[in-house]
Design a protein around this ligand. Structure first.
Ligand SMILES: NC(=O)C1=CN([C@@H]2O[C@H](COP(=O)(O)OP(=O)(O)OC[C@H]3O[C@@H](n4cnc5c(N)ncnc54)[C@H](OP(=O)(O)O)[C@@H]3O)[C@@H](O)[C@H]2O)C=CC1
Ligand SMILES: O=C(CO)COP(=O)(O)O
Length: 315
């Protein structure tokens, strides 16, 4: 919708012919955006992969991160020779600990200058309602970043550019782990102090790990870092926050998964963050405690006690 509002012709690809038909005949996608009464006429849908990307200057990938490689494999060789791939995905591939820039470029055989990551405080329902918001477009190539930023700038959606692709990928992925923990604390009945403590410790953890992976510190203090952390940890529109809230209320992982509307990317990403912390020798107490919640059923109080640790240390 943002791309259409910015003046672009948009082709949506979906695997489900009913979704394709509803977009083309009703200009709606009630399963994903029930509150959007009419999508812009500039949006059409296609179920044929080659047709969907034929002639596209920019191909946007917004698939559940753990399925991105599987889904993108079937698009290999279909993109135009100068098309740019853009990822909106916020996750680390659990099977390989790859970031989404690595998954997209390696699967589609793209050089980094033909890739951009887009990430920021962008809860989709509020973006779809055209509420004012901003995002960051990062690419190794400044022209690529600018082309994508121009394509998604409207009077309600502001794009900033960056060259820190790793930083954007780490921010977007790791903030979801913190959102699980904050949601869990809220669901368990804790208030602002606890939520703020978890967010601050989470920001410190994702900054340390992101820098170890090659990210720039200032990215974590910007829209994609603290900005997205504040939005995601503060809203029941966030699938990760809500998944954690349900855990804090006493639901099992299975029950919380069953009632989730969409994918809580932080759930499969948590173990990948712990693995990255071991690889780069960076402490990840929050991700580790959340992995004990997700893998062993640790309680909210147990998660917080683990996050505090047993010793008095420097912050
Ligand atoms: N929702 C939001 O507010 C925001 C989401 N993002 C990111 O965008 C990405 C996509 O999230 P979102 O669009 O919200 O919704 P989901 O992640 O729930 O699903 C995205 C799409 O992926 C599809 N999908 C799932 N598995 C497969 C598969 N194996 N093959 C092909 N398609 C598959 C889903 O199909 P189906 O419809 O059949 O389930 C859905 O259409 C995530 O990484 C998320 O972090 C970024 C910013 C905001
Ligand atoms: O990334 C998002 C907001 O920027 C959406 O968060 P959830 O994936 O938790 O819904």
């Amino acid at each position: 919708q943002v791309l259409a509002d910015a003046g672009n012709q948009v082709v949506m690809w979906d695997i489900d012919p009913d979704v394709v038909d509803e977009i083309n005949s009703q200009h709606a996608n009630t399963r994903r955006l029930p509150n959007v009464k009419r999508l812009p006429d500039a949006i059409i849908a296609e179920s044929d992969r080659a047709e969907a990307v034929s002639g596209a200057e920019i191909v946007v990938v917004a698939i559940a991160a753990q399925h991105a490689c599987e889904a993108l494999t079937q698009f290999k060789g279909l993109l135009g020779h100068d098309a740019i791939a853009v990822s909106l995905m916020k996750g680390i591939e659990r099977a390989t600990d790859r970031r989404m820039d690595q998954v997209v470029c390696q699967t589609l055989d793209l050089v980094p200058t033909r890739f951009a990551a887009v990430s920021g405080p962008n809860l989709s329902k509020e973006v779809a309602a055209r509420e004012p918001s901003a995002t960051v477009v990062a690419s190794a190539d400044a022209d690529t970043a600018m082309r994508v930023a121009r394509a998604c700038t409207t009077d309600y959606f502001k794009a900033f550019i960056s060259d820190d692709v790793i930083g954007l990928e780490m921010c977007g992925s790791l903030k979801n782990v913190t959102a699980l923990a904050v949601g869990m604390s809220r669901g368990a009945g804790f208030g602002e102090n606890t939520a703020a403590m978890i967010q601050a410790r989470g920001l410190a953890e994702l900054t340390a790990l992101g820098e170890a992976c090659g990210a720039k510190s200032k990215t974590f203090a910007g829209l994609a870092g603290v900005g997205d952390l504040v939005a995601t940890c503060g809203s029941s529109l966030s699938r990760n926050y809500t998944f954690g809230f349900n855990l804090g209320q006493g639901k099992s992982i299975e029950e919380a998964t069953r009632v989730s509307k969409g994918v809580a990317e932080g759930v499969p990403t948590t173990d990948a963050v712990v693995a990255l912390g071991k690889r780069y020798q960076v402490a990840t107490p929050l991700a580790t405690a959340m992995s004990h919640v997700l893998d062993q059923g640790l309680s909210c109080r147990g998660m917080i006690d683990e996050l505090f640790g047993g010793q008095i240390t420097a912050e």
